[in-house]
Design a protein around this ligand. Structure first.
Ligand code: ARG
Length: 457
């Protein structure tokens, strides 16, 4: 492509370090779409003749069909997807192929291709996350009143409902979706036509190519257009935060599936066995989601490090932008699918969850609250009285609700038999009916809103 200036070819090492075709072939659809939009505009502007436009467009359609059927050939001499497609075009249609690159550089071409790819990737992630939310909402509705221990410091704290716990992840995923939507909205201007860095003297119509490729308009500064990879970083940062949420959910599945907890049984389809321990049923998929989140964060850091300190405009370092985005996207898509599958198919062992909530004196706060409300005792004093009650229950190895009234009154005479209604875990969750609280009626209200938001109401 630049033979005029050079007497010799690249060394084998130069060829290898320079080539991006092994990974950027993944941009072929976007590259063909960008070229077709560009050549149509060149024709409309009278820069390339109608005959040549027809030949080029027909050739590009043929190449698309070839790549669709047989994949993209990986010839390092052709360096990247842009040169691969253009040299194939020259083979197919001869001389007119040379007119395609008029008023264009690979610098604006690659920025355009990659932006288009990231936009499509965001659409795919969005659809996956909506599916995960739907799965969470369905299981939350089923378990709106299933009581489990709520934890702080991974110590039993207060009873909550499983539906409430699952809906917490619905909220997190909702924020992820809005971050991806923001990233897409910000990637809405088209770099094509910025050319190498300074724009072009040809009378191009950048608005036309932008429109043809589904952008709101052209980017406004040619230097920024070819130097900007914010859209990829936005994607990676949203992906990192999303994978962090998936990792936390995965971690809960790992903990919950362990025998001492026994809160969840993963189906065979999301478990693996051990080659030595016949009893094992391991939550490998959840562990890998947890692991993948670290790799996704690593991809985000990788591109951050590539971009920091690069002067305007294009530098070849930027060719390294694609592998971390592709890797993060593949890991994220798989992680979303795996978590969706686990949420949909796991069996929640509600009797085990209830038992754990009963066993952990999780209604101690309810006793303290009762003393405040019914006996007008200041909360700090009520806290102290309750502490003594818990100590007694611990010594006698019984639940708070199983202590006798005599025993309770021996600790504080102001306690009466009405207290028992407050000490059950069901009463405890039902009482927490403040907006956004864990009470089943609150969970059901949030589920109903979520179903409407997801278009399933
Ligand atoms: N393969 C290159 C990349 O991915 C395309 C842009 C090359 N531009 C250049 N001036 N060498 O970044």
């Amino acid at each position: 492509m630049w033979g005029g200036r050079f007497a010799g070819g690249p060394s084998a090492i130069m060829r290898e370090i320079n080539a991006s075709i092994p990974f950027d072939k993944r941009l072929w659809r976007q590259d063909i779409a960008g070229s077709r939009a560009h050549v149509a505009m060149l024709g409309a502007q009278g820069i390339v003749s109608a005959d040549d436009v027809a030949a080029i467009d027909g050739g590009l359609a043929t190449i698309a069909a070839e790549y669709e059927a047989g994949g993209v050939p990986e010839d390092l001499d052709r360096e990247d997807i842009h040169m691969t497609a253009e040299s194939r075009l020259a083979e197919l249609i001869g001389a007119p192929a040379g007119r395609l690159h008029t008023a264009r550089s690979r610098n604006d071409q690659v920025a355009t291709d990659f932006k288009l790819w990231v936009r499509d990737a965001i659409d795919a992630v969005e659809a996956g996350l909506a599916g995960l939310q739907a799965a969470l909402v369905a299981r939350a509705e089923e378990h709106a009143a299933s009581v489990m221990p709520g934890f702080t410091h991974l110590q039993v704290a207060q009873p909550v409902t499983l539906g409430h716990h699952l809906m917490a992840y619905y909220e997190m995923i909702g924020r992820d979706r809005s971050r991806f939507a923001d990233a897409k909205a910000r990637a809405n201007l088209c770099p094509l036509g910025a050319a190498a860095l300074a724009g072009t003297g040809f009378p191009i119509d950048r608005s036309a190519t932008a429109r043809a490729l589904g952008f709101a308009g052209p980017t406004r500064n040619s230097l920024d257009s070819v130097s900007d990879r914010d859209f990829a970083l936005d994607y990676l940062m949203a992906a990192t935060q999303c994978s962090l949420h998936l990792s936390r959910l995965a971690e809960e599945f790992v903990i919950w599936a362990s025998q001492p907890y026994g809160f969840v049984s993963l189906p065979d389809s999301y478990s693996t066995g051990s080659s030595i321990m016949p009893q094992k049923r391991n939550p490998d998929a959840a562990e890998l989601v947890r692991g993948h989140s670290g790799r996704i964060a690593g991809c985000m850091v990788a591109l951050t490090m590539t971009m920091k300190g690069l002067p305007l405009a294009y530098s070849k370092d930027m060719q390294d932008d694609k592998p971390p985005v592709f890797e993060a996207h593949d890991l994220l898509a798989l992680s979303i699918a795996a978590m969706t599958g686990m949420v949909e198919t796991s069996t929640f062992r509600t009797e085990r969850m209830r038992g754990a909530a009963e066993a952990g004196f999780s209604t101690a706060t309810d006793l303290a609250d009762w003393l405040v409300r019914q006996a007008d005792i200041p909360f700090r004093e009520a806290h102290h009285i309750t502490g003594r009650v818990v100590k007694l229950a611990e010594t006698e190895n019984v639940a708070l609700s199983a202590l006798s009234l005599d025993a309770l009154q021996a600790i504080d005479a102001r306690i009466d038999e009405r207290v028992f209604a407050a000490l059950t875990i069901d009463a405890s969750v039902a009482a927490r009916s403040s907006f956004g609280g864990t009470a089943p009626d609150q969970v059901c209200a949030r589920v109903a809103e979520a179903k409407i938001a997801l278009g399933a109401g």
